[in-house]
Each structure stands twice: as structure tokens, then as C-alpha cells.
Design a protein around this ligand. Structure first.
Ligand SMILES: Nc1nc2c(ncn2[C@@H]2O[C@H](COP(=O)(O)OP(=O)(O)OP(=O)(O)O)[C@@H](O)[C@H]2O)c(=O)[nH]1
Length: 434
């Protein structure tokens, strides 16, 4: 039986995570710049202590500390005492030092200190802001270490845990494939090459069949001096490669860079597929997703609904464009609340929304859409103390032999939407019996 030591499942942090950052530093000018940068750019609360005694008092007073950034020149402790003080508390700690001292840097990095940053470099503030944001986000990212050597995988897992990741580790390729299949929260896999049964390159190839490069980073590791390993790993779908032995710093830089890249791709994908104002999928995304859902649900009942806010021009004209935007956001939230787990909705454009419902017959789909219409009618949107009410008209169409594809369904739903408007608005058309 393979040895598989899985730490808590990755990617499912339910409880609110600690948010507070402590800056321990005696230079007021630097402290206030650092505090402002973290509070404004990362939006985390920051508190400041000038001495170890201050730090102890603040740390003891609450239990929601996430991170410490400490200087090395404090009135009540020398460098060793400072390092020991924070190491003993077990809090993730970054050393921010005024002078470069190679000996101190080495010692600091051995003490489970996350990083040693020289504050005199011109971009140290930017780097620290990036680092704090990275560590904050890592806590919601699952990482998997695959290595048949317990010592090696425990070491890599401990490096990742120190950077905040939710880490699991397994001893072989088959367990790794099962873990990734079971947990969509795993976004990083560190894969050793030399493993019996399935080597790292083969595992990477199989991992790629489960999850694409833009959803999970795979980093190969090996102590072998075989120069062909790196290109073979990369050609099999790895994002990067690390040669053993590597330093903690190199490991951190490589992993962070790969995760940064995944997040950047995610942001670009969001920009391309989400509507900026409401956060709902946009027209293109709705059409693509619906085509896929329709193909998958070839046999079940499918309803397409076009939903349009009534007299929306009047909302803009009477309350202002900003109020109109607020109404669109409120409408989008109501729509999301009425979108069941396997259904899909989006903003089609302007004040027009759409929904794809599956598995409901005409009667049930009618009840579902009527409930949405009534929920929107009951909304009271607060516009600077003035309540704004809106209604919606809905045109719907169920898939059958006459309307077999998305194009025809949307066309017919749109025709019924027009009838709903012409019939007096605030009503649903298209699902009447007979
Ligand atoms: N505030 C705001 N208004 C928008 C946005 N997109 C479109 N609109 C406005 O939505 C209004 C749509 O008006 P019409 O298409 O004439 O329809 P209507 O007034 O809703 O009337 P009926 O649909 O016939 O009930 C226009 O005034 C657009 O300027 C947006 O993103 N924000």
C-alpha cells in the first residue's frame, strides 16, 4: 500500500482567516509608509509596535494576527532576541532590515522566517506589499507535494505551509491523481521525478489531462544532473522545474511566480467573461456556456428566459445613471439568488438578462420564473434614502422539436419578451399551457 499522508483538505477554508498585521519597527517614517501601503493596497488592518514589549502587549491582546514584519534594531532586544521572540510565537514573520548582513540573512532564513527584506532598496515597499498580498492569498490555495521520500516531501510541505498554502502530500502518482481529481482547490503540484511505478514526468502528463495549465501549476523537482529532464518536464506540461538541492528563497520565488501567473490568467479570463458592473457572466460567456450545457443535457427539459427591466430609461432619467447602475446590481443579485446550482444566468447587455434552467417542466419553470419576477418586484433599492422599485418582463421558451437549439430558443424567448412588454410589462410569457 502506498504511504499517503494527507494534511487537511486543500482549498476549503470556511472560517474567517486572521487578518491583522503587526509592524515592529523604531523608525517612524518607514513604519507609517509601510502601514499606509499595506492598509491601502492589501486592505489589511495594521498595528505598530516600537519595542518587543509593545509587540508582546499587542499580540497578547488579540488572537487574529496573521503576519509580523519586524525591524532588527529595537530598544529592548538584540537581533537574536528579536528572532527568537517571533519564532517562539510561531507567527509568520518577515524581517525588514536597514543594513545588509549576510550572516544575519542566513540566520534569519534558517529560523522559519519567511523572508529577509532590505528596506534601503528603492522598491522594498512595493516588494513588501506584494509579499504580504501573496501570503494573504496563499491561505486559500491548495498545494500538493508528490514524492516517495517521506523526508523530502515533508520538507517541501513544510516550506509551502510556512508560505501559508493549504498543503497535502502523497507518496506516489496514483494517489496524486486521485487527490487532484477530488479537490478543485489544488492549484499547485510539486512533483518529484524519481518515483517507482510512475515517474514525475509521466505523472505531470496525466495531471495535465485532469487540469489545464491555466488552472493548476505543476513544478517538477529532481536531484538528477540529467540535462534532458528539464525540457522533458516542460514538454509534458510542467510550468517550471527546480533542481535539488534548492534554497528556501529560490523555492519561494519560483512557487510565487507561478501562482502569480495563474492568478493573472484568472483575472484576464474574468475580464473577458464577466460583466464589469454586475459580476455576472457576460453575453459571450452565457452563449458559450449555454451551448455546452444544452449539448450535455440533450435529454432533459431546458428553458431559456430573457429578462428585461421595465421602463429602465425612466429609472436613469428620474434617479440618475448611478442609481440605474445600482438597480442593475440589485437585479443581478436577485437573479443570482434564483439561479440554482446547475442553471446558468448572465447579463445579456444593457438592462437585459438571461437564464438557462434545466430539469423543470413548464409548470415548475413557470413557478421558478414567477418567483424571480415577484422577488424583483419586492426589492426596495435605496437611492440616497429614496426607495426605488423596479419590475421585470420575462419571455421564455422550452426546448422541443420546434426550438431545438440555443439560437431558436433565444429568438422565441425574445419574441415572448416583446409580447410581455406589449401586454403591460411585469409579467412572464411563453410557458403558458397548450
Ligand atoms: N445606468 C445604466 N443604464 C443603462 C446601462 N445599459 C443600458 N442602460 C440604459 O437602459 C435604458 C434602456 O432603455 P430602453 O431600451 O428604451 O427600454 P426601457 O426604458 O427599459 O423600456 P422597456 O424595455 O420598453 O420597458 C437606456 O436608457 C440605456 O441608457 C447601464 O449599464 N447602466
Amino acid at each position: 500500500m502506498p504511504t499517503a499522508t494527507a494534511l487537511p483538505p486543500a482549498g476549503h477554508a470556511q472560517q474567517p482567516l486572521p487578518q491583522r498585521v503587526l509592524v515592529v519597527e523604531n523608525s517612524r517614517a518607514y513604519t507609517s509608509m509601510l502601514r499606509a501601503a499595506i492598509e491601502q493596497q492589501v486592505e489589511l488592518p495594521v498595528e505598530v509596535a516600537a519595542t518587543l514589549a509593545d509587540a508582546a502587549r499587542l499580540l497578547d491582546a488579540r488572537d487574529d494576527w496573521f503576519l509580523v514584519l519586524t525591524g532588527m534594531v529595537l530598544a529592548d532586544g538584540d537581533r537574536d532576541q528579536i528572532l527568537e521572540f517571533f519564532a517562539a510565537r510561531g507567527l509568520p514573520t518577515i524581517v525588514v532590515s536597514g543594513v545588509y548582513d549576510e550572516e544575519l540573512r542566513k540566520r534569519a532564513l534558517q529560523q522559519q522566517i519567511i523572508d529577509y527584506v532590505l528596506k534601503s532598496t528603492p522598491d522594498s515597499l512595493d516588494y513588501l506589499v506584494w509579499l504580504v498580498r501573496r501570503l494573504e492569498r496563499n491561505r486559500r490555495i491548495g498545494a500538493l507535494v508528490v514524492d516517495d521520500s517521506l523526508a523530502s516531501r515533508s520538507f517541501i510541505a513544510s516550506l509551502l505551509s510556512a508560505q501559508g498554502y493549504q498543503v497535502a502530500h502523497v507518496a506516489d502518482g496514483s494517489s496524486a491523481l486521485r487527490a487532484v481529481e477530488a479537490d478543485p482547490g489544488i492549484r499547485l503540484c510539486i512533483v518529484d521525478q524519481e518515483m517507482p511505478m510512475m515517474d514525475g514526468i509521466e505523472l505531470t502528463r496525466r495531471l495535465r489531462q485532469l487540469r489545464a495549465r491555466d488552472r493548476m501549476a505543476v513544478i517538477g523537482v529532481s536531484g538528477s544532473s540529467d540535462a534532458s529532464l528539464i525540457p522533458r518536464f516542460l514538454k509534458s506540461g510542467a510550468n517550471d522545474f527546480l533542481h535539488k538541492p534548492f534554497s528556501r528563497e529560490e523555492f519561494f520565488c519560483r512557487v510565487s511566480q507561478n501562482i502569480d501567473q495563474l492568478e493573472l490568467i484568472g483575472t484576464l479570463q474574468d475580464l473577458a467573461t464577466r460583466d464589469f458592473l454586475t459580476g455576472l457572466p457576460n453575453r459571450r460567456s452565457f452563449l458559450e456556456h449555454s451551448e455546452r450545457l444544452l449539448a450535455q443535457q440533450a435529454s432533459s427539459e431546458v428553458t431559456v428566459a430573457m429578462i428585461d427591466i421595465d421602463h429602465f430609461k425612466h429609472v436613469n432619467d428620474s434617479y440618475g445613471h448611478e442609481a440605474g447602475d445600482q438597480a442593475l446590481r440589485a437585479m443581478a443579485q436577485a437573479l443570482q439568488r434564483h439561479t440554482r446550482a446547475n442553471d446558468f444566468s448572465g447579463r445579456f447587455g444593457g438592462e437585459e438578462f438571461c437564464m438557462l434552467i434545466h430539469g423543470l417542466d413548464r409548470e415548475a419553470a413557470t413557478r421558478h420564473l414567477e418567483a424571480l419576477r415577484e422577488a424583483v418586484q419586492a426589492l426596495e433599492i435605496d437611492i440616497d434614502g429614496r426607495p426605488l422599485r423596479i419590475t421585470i418582463s420575462i419571455g421564455a421558451c422550452q426546448r422541443d422539436a420546434q426550438f431545438p437549439n440555443l439560437h431558436k430558443l433565444l429568438g422565441e424567448a425574445d419574441r415572448h419578451l416583446y409580447l410581455a412588454k406589449a401586454g403591460g410589462r411585469n409579467q412572464l410569457r411563453g410557458l403558458e399551457p397548450g
